[in-house]
Design a protein around this ligand. Structure first.
Ligand code: OSB
Ligand code: MG
Length: 370
C-alpha cells in the first residue's frame, strides 16, 4: 500500500459545556484530522488526540503536525509498497515519544486498509460486543448546585457511570454531595489528572468512605512508585491514565502494584495496536480496563467504541454520546440507548464524515507534499 494523498484539516468545534480539569479549561475542541488516500483509491480518516497546549501530556497540536510532516511521514514513505498499518509502529519507533502524532497516522492507514478489506475495526481488533456501557466525564464547575444539575442530567440520560474531575479544593465536597444526592448505587469515580502528590495521601484517603470505583491518575505521570505507595495507603483502587503510554508501562505499573485499573486511550499510547496490547497485558493479569477519550468527534469516537468492545473492557468508559460534547458531530451522531452506545459495524472506523459539517468547523486545510 502507498499513500497517494494526505491532508491535515484543522478544526475548532464549540463544546456544549466548557470542560474544566485540573490542568485547564476548554471551550472548544481544537484538533486536526488526517484524511489520506491510498493507491487503491481508498480513504482513511483519523483524529488527533492532542490538545492545543502541552498540559495533559507533553504533546500539543502544532508540534504533532510538525513531527508528522518532518519526521513521521518521511519514514512511512520510505517503506514504499511495504507500508501497512501493522508496520507503522516499528517504522516510527526511532522517533522518540509523540504517541498522539503516531496514533493519527497509524489509525488513518488502518482505516483505509480495513475499508478496502470490508472489515470493521471491532472485527479486526477482536471485539466481542455489539454495544458498550457508557459513562461520562464531568468537569469541574464553579459551584456544587451547577455540578449536581449536570450530574442529574447525565443520569437522566442513562449514563451508567459518572466520573468527576477533581483537584485540590474540589474533591471531598463534590464527591460527598454527589454520593449523597444520587445514592450508593451510582457507579462513581474521580480523575485528578496528576493534581496531587504523595504528601496528599491522608487527604485522598478521606475519599475512601464514598465507595468510588477508582481514583484516576492522582499523582504525576512519572511517579509510578508514588502510585504504588498511595495504593497501600488508601482503599480506593488506583487507575492510571497519563502514566501508561505502552504495554511495557502497563506491565511495569501492574508489577509494581501502581495500577489496579487502566484507562486505555488509543491516542495516548500511539494507536489501536498498542492499545490492544495494553488490553492483553492487563487482561492476562486480571486488571480491568476501560476506554478513555480526548473529547473526540465521531471520527475518533467510532474506533474507540470498537476497542471498548474487547473482552477486557469490563468497566464503562468515557466514550459518551455525541451530544455530551457537540451540538453537531462530524459524523452521524452517537446516541445513548439504555445506557449503551452501539459499536460501529461498517468497514474501517464504520462512520462517514459529513462534508458540510466538516467544512463548517474547518479553520484550515493543508495538503502534505508526498
Ligand atoms: O484525563 O481522561 C482525561 C479529556 C481530555 C483530556 C484528558 C481527559 C479527558 C476526559 C474526557 O476525561 C474524556 C472524554 O469524554 O472523551
Ligand atoms: Mg484521565
Amino acid at each position: 500500500m502507498k499513500i497517494e494523498h494526505l491532508e491535515i484539516r484543522w478544526l475548532s468545534i464549540p463544546l456544549v459545556t466548557p470542560f474544566r480539569t485540573s490542568f485547564g479549561t476548554s471551550h472548544d475542541r481544537d484538533t486536526f484530522v488526517v484524511r489520506l488516500v491510498t493507491d487503491d483509491g481508498t480513504e482513511g480518516w483519523a483524529e488527533c488526540g492532542a490538545e492545543p497546549d502541552p498540559l495533559y501530556s507533553s504533546e500539543f497540536l502544532p508540534a504533532a503536525e510538525m513531527v508528522i510532516r518532518d519526521h513521521l511521514l518521511p519514514r512511512l514513505l520510505a517503506l514504499g509498497d511495504d507500508l501497512s498499518a501493522t508496520r507503522v509502529a516499528h517504522a516510527l519507533a526511532p522517533v522518540k515519544g509523540h504517541p498522539m502524532a503516531k496514533h493519527v497516522l497509524e489509525t488513518a492507514l488502518l482505516d483505509a486498509e480495513l475499508r478496502s478489506a470490508g472489515m470493521s475495526f471491532a472485527r479486526y481488533l477482536g471485539g466481542v460486543k455489539d454495544r458498550v456501557p457508557t459513562g461520562v466525564s464531568v468537569g469541574i464547575y464553579d459551584s456544587i448546585p451547577e455540578l449536581l444539575d449536570k450530574v442529574g442530567g447525565y443520569l437522566d440520560q442513562g449514563y451508567l457511570r459518572i466520573k468527576l474531575k477533581i483537584e485540590p479544593g474540589w474533591d471531598l465536597e463534590p464527591v460527598r454531595v454527589v454520593r449523597e444526592t444520587f445514592g450508593d448505587d451510582v457507579l462513581l469515580q474521580v480523575d485528578a489528572n496528576t493534581a496531587y502528590t504523595l504528601a496528599d495521601a491522608r487527604h485522598l484517603a478521606q475519599l475512601d468512605p464514598f465507595d468510588l470505583l477508582l481514583m484516576e491518575q492522582p499523582l504525576p505521570e512519572d511517579d509510578l512508585r508514588g502510585h504504588a505507595e498511595l495504593a497501600r495507603r488508601i482503599s480506593t483502587p488506583i487507575c492510571l491514565d497519563e502514566s501508561i503510554t505502552s504495554a511495557r508501562d502497563a506491565a511495569t505499573a501492574i508489577a509494581l502494584g501502581a495500577a489496579h485499573v487502566i484507562n486505555v486511550k488509543p491516542a495516548r499510547v500511539g494507536g489501536y495496536l498498542e492499545a490492544r496490547r495494553i488490553h492483553d497485558v492487563a487482561h492476562a493479569n486480571g486488571i480491568p480496563v476501560w476506554c478513555g477519550g480526548m473529547l473526540e468527534t465521531g471520527i475518533g469516537r467510532a474506533p474507540n467504541l470498537a476497542l471498548a468492545s474487547l473482552p477486557g473492557f469490563v468497566l464503562p468508559g468515557d466514550t459518551s454520546a455525541s451530544d455530551r460534547y457537540y451540538d453537531t458531530d462530524l459524523t452521524a451522531p452517537f446516541v445513548i440507548e439504555d445506557g449503551h452506545l452501539s459499536v460501529p459495524t461498517g468497514p474501517g472506523i464504520g462512520v462517514d464524515v459529513l462534508p458540510d459539517v466538516l467544512s463548517t468547523f474547518t479553520t484550515s486545510v493543508s495538503t502534505v507534499p508526498l
